[in-house]
Design a protein around this ligand. Structure first.
Ligand code: HXC
Length: 261
């Protein structure tokens, strides 16, 4: 795999494991991380042998403690505006990655770190994970979707409290509040996330993309439109080779052999 400075990328069978790798800075997200993550997600999306991805943080302490404060402290408003700072995360990582990916949150997920985790299709958290949007303490506010995705996930009361006070939510509260799909013991996190990713990777690949697209439509459209999107995607899947194979395999009591189309 390509050499990277701030992340590592490994392929484990059909699962791509991407690890944020600036442990001394608690995996803070600087421009280089963004550039390398965009490259890694594009490579994952383009490689037809790869069917699910996991994003995690190196070290024992942090998934990512936020956008890099040292880098941001040198930028002025005009820089943020002219670069449309933070926009590429959404365009390149969220919109262009049609295949599924999981965030395995192994510690602090603060500010941009929490926002990056929330860009994933779902989060599996270590029991040591802590989530927060502490930007207010720096005189700013979330800039990569935190005020929107956190509010949709946990509701207005908790999102507002977290954004206004900067308080962190622990893993147990995050699970109770629907921010994460599941909490697992810290030392089991990567195994559990990779196991879940391998399970997703064993599914018919086109159906995986379609299921992701449908669930995301629930956040982006009104119910009537979402239901139409669901039906249309279902109808397209019904014409796929993997639909014929999946149903035949069920009836013949064997595993399906997927073509991905
Ligand atoms: C750059 C960071 C960093 C960050 C930690 N570090 N977070 N560097 N950007 N976001 C660095 C520290 O400077 C330090 O390096 C090293 O990581 C270890 O951090 P400590 O603070 O010594 O660790 P600890 O005492 O255990 O505290 C952990 C922590 C704290 C609670 C997570 O680091 C913290 O509060 N970090 C900032 C969290 C935050 O505010 N995130 C939101 C950023 S704003 P050195 O070399 O000094 O020892 C954002 C979006 C902003 O994400 C949008 C604005 C437009």
């Amino acid at each position: 795999m390509a050499d990277h400075e701030t992340i590592t990328v490994e392929q484990r069978d059909a699962v791509t494991l991407i690890t944020l790798n600036r442990p001394k800075a608690l995996n803070a997200l600087n421009s280089k991380v963004l550039e390398e993550l965009i490259e890694a997600f594009a490579a994952y999306q383009a490689d037809s042998s790869q069917l699910c991805a996991v994003l995690t943080g190196s070290g024992d302490k942090a998934f990512a403690a936020g956008a890099d404060i040292k880098e941001m402290s040198e930028k002025e408003a005009a820089d943020f505006y002219l670069e449309d700072f933070f926009a590429p995360w959404t365009h390149e990582i969220v919109k262009k990655t049609r295949k599924p990916w999981i965030a395995a949150v192994n510690g602090f997920a603060l500010g941009g770190g929490c926002e990056l985790a929330m860009m994933a299709d779902f989060i599996i958290a270590s029991d040591k994970a802590k989530f927060g949007q502490p930007e207010i303490k720096l005189g700013v506010a979330p800039g990569m979707g935190g005020s929107q995705r956190l509010t949709r996930a946990v509701g207005k009361a908790k999102a507002m409290e977290m954004c206004l006070t900067g308080r962190m939510m622990d893993a147990e509260e995050a699970e109770r509040s629907n921010l994460v799909a599941r909490v697992v013991p810290h030392d089991r996190l990567l195994d559990e996330a990779l196991k879940t990713a391998a399970e997703i990777a064993s599914m018919p690949p086109m159906a995986a993309i379609a299921n992701k697209e449908m669930v995301n439509a629930a956040f982006e459209t009104a119910l009537d439109q979402g239901l139409v999107i669901e039906r249309r995607i279902f109808q397209i899947l019904a014409a796929s080779e993997d639909k014929k194979e999946g149903m035949a395999a069920f009836i013949e009591k064997r595993d399906g052999q997927w073509k991905g189309r």
